[in-house]
Design a protein around this ligand. Structure first.
Ligand code: G4P
Length: 513
C-alpha cells in the first residue's frame, strides 16, 4: 500500500449467479499478488472465503458485508469493492457504489439483464461513471450477441460498443474476435490462451468466417461510434464477451479495463470540486460495519480516500463536528489478517476503527477546512415493518440500539405522526435480519416485527396530507428529519393517489439529496 501506482477502483454489479465471484477470482489470479479482505465467497476454490465476519453470514452462508480486494496489473493498483452477492441485498450495496469510480456489469449470456443488475445499474448511471460490460458464460447456449446488445440499449438506455465478438457459442464456441486489433482468441478445451491474427487463423471453417465477417460489417455500419469520452461519462458501455469459468476473454478484458476504467476523479464537497491531486487529505465514510471479527468486538468505518495522501498517525478533522483525531495504529487497511496501513492514496479504501464517532457519509479532512462530501444518498426503501421491544422493561437498551444502528445506516427509521410508533424501512429483507440480530446480540433486546405490505416510499415535498387521503393501502410517517413520507402498497396505489391529489408533490427521495 505504500506504492504510488495509479489506482483504479471498481465494483461488479450483477444479478446473483451471473458469475461475479468467478470473474473476481480470475481477475485476482491474473493480478498475481492478492490481498483479499474479507469475502469472495469462493464456492469451489474456498481460497478466498476468508470472511465469516458475522455469525449471520455463517448461518446463511452468504456474504452480508462488502469487502475490499486489491490486485496489481500492468503497474496499476486495482481496488475491487465486493458487494453482497445475495438477492436480499441492502443499502450497503448501493453505498459501496458511491465509493467506486468504475462499475463492471456482468451479464449472464443465457439470461440477459436481470432485475438486480438493473437496480444497481441505475445507481451507477446516476453518478455517470464508466460502466464496462462483461457478457459471461459464452460456453453455454445463450442469447444472440446482437440481441444482448439490443437489450442493453433498450433496457438500460445506454449505447453499447462490442470490443470483441463471439464466434459461435456453447458447444460451437470457437473463439472471440477482438475488434480493435483484428485478432482471434481461440477457445480450446485446455483453456490455454491462444491469440492469432485473423488473417493467419486456421481454425475457422468458411461458414464461421462468413458469419463473423457479416456480423462485423453490420456492427461497423449500424453500430455506435466509440469515444473514450462517452465511456468516461457513462454514455456508452464497452462490451466484452467471454467465459469467466474457462478464463476465456478475462485477460483481454483486464487489459482493456486498465485503459478504460476511470482514475480517481475530482469529487464535489461543500459545492466545490476537490481534485485527487490536492495536497489536503480528504475522504468519506461510505459504510460502517460492526463486529466484523468476533474476536474484536468493534466497528469498522470504511473510508474512501478522495484526495491527498493518507499517512498513519496523521491528524484529521471530522467535518460534521469539527472534532480532531489522530488516525494512529488503530487504523488498518482491510485484509483478512488485520494489517496496518502506513500510507494510502486517492481511490484506496481504508478501514478505521470506530468507537462510535463516525456516521455513514462523514467526511474526514486533514486541515481546518470544514469540507463535506455530498451527502450519502438515502436509498428508497422497499420493505417496511413496525417494531416493538418484546420486553417493555428493556426500553432504554431498545432506544439506544435503534438510535445507534440507525446512525450507522443499518436501517432507516420513521415514526408515525401521533403515536410515534417506530417504523423501519430497508432496501432488502436481509437488512431486517441483520438489525434484529444486532439488537439482540449487541443491545440484548429482542424485537418484534409487524411486517407491512408497503413497497414504495414517497416524500411529500409540497402540499398537506390530510387524514381523508389515507386508508389501509397507504400510510403516513415522518422520516428522521420530521419530513412527511407516504408509504404505498404498490405502483398502482401510488398512481391512483397521484391522479386523485395532483396538488401534492411527491418525490422518491432521490431528488432530495
Ligand atoms: P455470482 O458470484 O454472480 O453469484 O456467480 P458465481 O461466480 O458464483 O457463478 C455462478 C455459477 O455460474 C457457478 O456455478 C459458476 O461456476 C458458474 N459460472 C461462472 N462463470 C461461468 C461461465 O463462464 N460458464 C459457465 N458455464 N458457468 C459459469 P456453480 O458453482 O456450479 O454454482 P451453481 O450453478 O450451483 O449455483
Amino acid at each position: 500500500m505504500s506504492n504510488e501506482q495509479p489506482r483504479r477502483t471498481f465494483a461488479i454489479i450483477s444479478h446473483p449467479d451471473a458469475g461475479k465471484t468467478t470473474l473476481t477470482e480470475k481477475l485476482l489470479y491474473l493480478g498475481g499478488g492478492i490481498r483479499s479482505a474479507g469475502t469472495v465467497k469462493g464456492k469451489k476454490s474456498g481460497k478466498f472465503a476468508t470472511s465469516d465476519w458475522m455469525e449471520i453470514e455463517k448461518q446463511r452462508g452468504i456474504s452480508v458485508t462488502s469487502s475490499v480486494m486489491q490486485l496489481i496489473y500492468k503497474d496499476v493498483q486495482i481496488n475491487i469493492l465486493d458487494t453482497p452477492g445475495h438477492e436480499d441485498f441492502s443499502e450497503d450495496t448501493y453505498r459501496t457504489l458511491t465509493a467506486v469510480d468504475t462499475a463492471v456489469m456482468v451479464i449472464d449470456s443465457v439470461k440477459g439483464i436481470e432485475a438486480q443488475t438493473l437496480k444497481l445499474f441505475k445507481v451507477c448511471s446516476m453518478r455517470g461513471i464508466p460502466i464496462l460490460t462483461f457478457i459471461n458464460k459464452l460456453d453455454r447456449e445463450g442469447k444472440e450477441p446482437l440481441e444482448l446488445l439490443a437489450e442493453i440499449e433498450d433496457v438500460l438506455e445506454m449505447e453499447t460498443y462490442p470490443m470483441n465478438w463471439p464466434i459461435g457459442m456453447g458447444k460451437t464456441l470457437r473463439g472471440i474476435y477482438s475488434i480493435p486489433d483484428k485478432k482471434i482468441e481461440v477457445y480450446n478445451e485446455s483453456h490455454e490462451r491462444e491469440i492469432v491474427p485473423y488473417e493467419k487463423q486456421q481454425v475457422l471453417q468458411s461458414f464461421e468466417k462468413e458469419k463473423l465477417e457479416e456480423d462485423i460489417m453490420l456492427l461497423e455500419e449500424a453500430g455506435n461510434e466509440f469515444t473514450e469520452e462517452k465511456v468516461q461519462n457513462g454514455q456508452l458501455t464497452p462490451v466484452f464477451f467471454g467465459s469467466a469459468l474457462s478464463s476465456f476473454g478475462v485477460q483481454s478484458f483486464l487489459d482493456n479495463f486498465v485503459q478504460l476504467a476511470a482514475e480517481p476523479m475530482p469529487r464535489k464537497a461543500s459545492g466545490e470540486w476537490v481534485s485527487p491531486n490536492s495536497n489536503t487529505f480528504t475522504g468519506f465514510i461510505f459504510k460502517i460495519q460492526a463486529n466484523m471479527n468476533p474476536n474484536h468486538r468493534d466497528r469498522i468505518a470504511f473510508l474512501r480516500i478522495c484526495s491527498g495522501k493518507f499517512e498513519r498517525g496523521m491528524e484529521v478533522m471530522l467535518s460534521r463536528t469539527g472534532k480532531k483525531m489522530r488516525l494512529s495504529q488503530s487504523h488498518s487497511f482491510f485484509a483478512s489478517e488485520r494489517e496496518n496501513v502506513d500510507t494510502a492514496m486517492p481511490g484506496d479504501i481504508i478501514g478505521l476503527y470506530d468507537s462510535g464517532v463516525f456516521q455513514v457519509g462523514d467526511t474526514l479532512v486533514n486541515g481546518n477546512e470544514m469540507l463535506s462530501y455530498e451527502e450519502m444518498p438515502q436509498f428508497p426503501p422497499e420493505k417496511f415493518a413496525k417494531i416493538m421491544a418484546k420486553n417493555a422493561l428493556k426500553h432504554k437498551q431498545y432506544h439506544k440500539g435503534i438510535s445507534q444502528l440507525v446512525q450507522e445506516g443499518t436501517i432507516q427509521l420513521y415514526k408515525t405522526p401521533y403515536f410515534e410508533d417506530f417504523i423501519i424501512g430497508a432496501v432488502g429483507e436481509l437488512q431486517f435480519q441483520v438489525f434484529e440480530y444486532r439488537m439482540k446480540n449487541e443491545y440484548n433486546t429482542d424485537i418484534e416485527f409487524q411486517h407491512f405490505s408497503y413497497e414504495l416510499a414517497r416524500w411529500v415535498t409540497k402540499g398537506e396530507v390530510t387524514d381523508k387521503m389515507l386508508d389501509n393501502r397507504k400510510m403516513l410517517v415522518n422520516d428522521q428529519q420530521g419530513r412527511p413520507v407516504i408509504l404505498f402498497e404498490n405502483e398502482f396505489t401510488l398512481r391512483f393517489f397521484q391522479d386523485k391529489y395532483p396538488e401534492l408533490e411527491l418525490s422518491t427521495g432521490w431528488e432530495l439529496l
